[in-house]
Design a protein around this ligand. Structure first.
Ligand SMILES: [Zn+2]
Ligand SMILES: [Zn+2]
Length: 273
């Protein structure tokens, strides 16, 4: 087998939030690719606190950050991650997180983004009421290993990155609002999600396109239309996985990895309208 495509090379990572701790080990182990951090102001691409609003999709933001790191470092490989948090898209009463990772290889014309939706996030906020014990909220969000942002009743930020009880007690007045600080270096749950995504990126970069040989072959889409087990009509369920190459555009479909070849009639518009 050939050696992985990026052995001995360096990739620029634009981050202020210590993400190299999560991203570097999988890329080094699997590909021999070294992460080189670049000190640029990533807050210019938007902040979690809303001080600078985000524009575009998380994918756009991650690609823009990766490009900025390449420009600042002069490297032809760029890497960046972007997190977005809010009400979970599929779970009405839970918060969810989406981590997006972008990788650019300018020499090969490769722009690859991967994302993962996770229910495992501590994203939450809480307004303190008079005489209240905030300990249950703190336990739920993983304080103090996970930091807090404190806002006043007018929404103004009083402190960010709060990770000790003494600092929090001085600010824990009724009417103030506690928010989870979602910056990666003060949020171990997020750091773990980024690390898992880095493992997927490394595996993907180790897989060449069967048509052009460019690294990064893997799932880009799904094909719906799994046939109903009773009437054989297509349903909305996933029928096949579509793998693709971000460089040459070649695509191939393959069967579902779970081996399922028919949908339940309960999910069929013909049998169960
Ligand atoms: Zn290709
Ligand atoms: Zn049917």
């Amino acid at each position: 087998m050939d050696s992985p495509p990026y052995t001995g090379q360096a990739v620029a990572l634009a981050t202020q939030h210590g993400k190299e701790r999560a991203l570097a080990p999988p890329l080094d182990r699997r590909l021999g690719l070294t992460v080189q951090t670049v000190a640029i102001d990533t807050d210019q691409f938007g902040t979690f606190t809303g001080t600078i609003p985000r524009t575009g999709t998380p994918r756009d933001a991650a690609l823009a950050k990766a490009r900025a790191g390449m420009v600042a470092s002069g490297l032809s490989l760029g890497l960046a991650s972007e997190g977005s948090f809010g009400p979970h898209p599929w779970m009405p009463f839970g918060a969810g997180g989406v981590e997006t990772l972008a990788f650019i290889d300018a020499g090969r014309g490769l722009e690859l983004t991967l994302s993962a939706v996770s229910r495992r996030t501590n994203f939450a906020n809480h307004i303190i009421t008079a005489g209240e014990d905030i300990a249950p909220f703190l336990a739920r969000i993983g304080f103090p290993s996970h930091a807090l942002i404190v806002r006043g009743p007018d929404g103004g930020i009083l402190a960010t990155g709060v990770q000790d009880m003494a600092a929090l007690s001085a600010l824990a007045w009724p009417g103030n609002r506690l928010e989870t600080d979602m910056r990666a270096h003060v949020n171990p749950t997020r750091m773990a999600a980024i690390r898992a995504l880095a493992g997927r990126l490394a595996a993907r970069l180790a897989t060449p396109c069967p048509a052009c040989g460019c690294p990064g072959w893997g799932q880009v889409d799904v094909m719906r239309g799994l046939p109903c087990s009773t009437c054989n009509q297509p349903t909305q369920a996933i029928f096949a996985i579509i793998d693709g190459c971000s460089a040459c555009g070649h695509q191939e479909s393959r069967p579902r990895p779970d081996g399922v070849t028919a949908a339940s009639p309960a999910s069929c518009d013909w049998c169960n309208p």
